[in-house]
Design a protein around this ligand. Structure first.
Ligand SMILES: O=C[C@H](O)[C@@H](O)CC(=O)C(=O)O
Ligand SMILES: [Zn+2]
Length: 277
């Protein structure tokens, strides 16, 4: 249940087919009932995890690609539940996780497992993990209890609430920065004007996307953008050279998470809309 996403270059974007773009930057099967999926990437060595327990708990296991006995021997992980109610056990402690809750586990935690309260409405745990060279304490944040930033305007269809969970002024980590953005009803655009941050990789997982709806996700260098239509649960990989923005056919939410050179949320290189191609 492991997939490896190798490094890519912006020079590979011109001429790329829609299928090649999706093969390189989109994970559409992160959540499989009764399984843990591990997505090993060469973008800042970030590993993404999707766990969807049904009637039995699922363990977070090291995969051969990370050459560790336990998954967190050399790593940290931020976890957000984007599904039904559930819990994460970490070294015997049970952390109850409602939809939207965020759990941070630091380097050295040994036994991690995921469970759903009700197999009929399973939890969907999304994990974002990066290498860590020190141990930060375990921390749980209840939904909406992070640092809230209200952004955008209904007039530009981008009114949204950002909840920063793991960040410089919140739950501490070595590299991981993580939060959830919710688009308000009637607002469809995230992150427009767009930005890059050449110092950090960023992944999005779109959720609360209605079944018939899609998010038109924009990526690529600002001067050479491409799009992918992404449904509920889709994971999009943004290398540091890529913008990450999107417009839905409905409103939606997404988990954003970053790792790399720094943790400065505002270290972004904004792009004027008129300069995008
Ligand atoms: O670097 C920061 C990230 O792109 C996201 O936090 C942006 C976002 O959630 C939004 O504007 O809605
Ligand atoms: Zn960003």
């Amino acid at each position: 249940m492991t997939a490896v996403y190798g490094p890519t270059s912006p020079e590979q974007i011109p001429g790329v087919t829609q299928q090649q773009l999706r093969d390189r930057y989109l994970v559409e099967d992160l959540f499989i009932p009764g399984a843990v999926r591990t997505i090993v990437t060469h973008y800042d060595r970030v590993v993404a995890v999707g766990a969807m327990p049904t009637d039995a708990p699922l363990a977070l296991e090291a995969v051969p690609e990370i050459r560790s006995e336990q998954f967190l021997d050399h790593r940290e992980i931020g976890i957000v539940n984007i599904g039904g109610a559930g819990a994460v056990r970490a070294d015997g402690e049970r952390h109850v996780m409602a939809n939207g809750a965020c759990l941070y586990l630091g380097r050295g935690v040994k036994d991690v497992s995921f469970e759903s309260d009700d197999a009929a409405t399973p939890a969907r745990f999304y994990g974002f993990s990066a290498p860590a060279h020190a141990t930060c304490p375990t921390a749980l944040v209840e939904p909406g209890q992070g640092t809230v930033r209200e952004l955008g305007d209904p007039l530009t269809s981008n009114r949204r609430t950002i909840n920063q969970y793991i960040h410089e002024d919140g739950v501490r980590s070595c590299q991981v920065v993580m939060g959830v953005t919710q688009l308000h009803a009637g607002s469809m655009w995230n992150t427009m004007p767009a930005h890059t941050h050449d110092r950090r990789t960023e992944f999005y997982v779109y959720f609360d996307v209605p079944e018939e709806a899609r998010v038109v996700h924009l990526m690529g260098e600002p001067s050479e953008t491409r799009h992918m239509l992404v449904g509920d649960g889709g994971l999009v990989l943004s290398p540091s050279w890529s913008i990450h923005s999107g417009v839905g056919t409905s409103n939606y939410s997404f988990v954003w998470a970053m790792a790399g050179e720094n943790q400065a949320f505002d270290d972004m290189d904004g792009v004027a809309i008129a300069d995008m191609r």
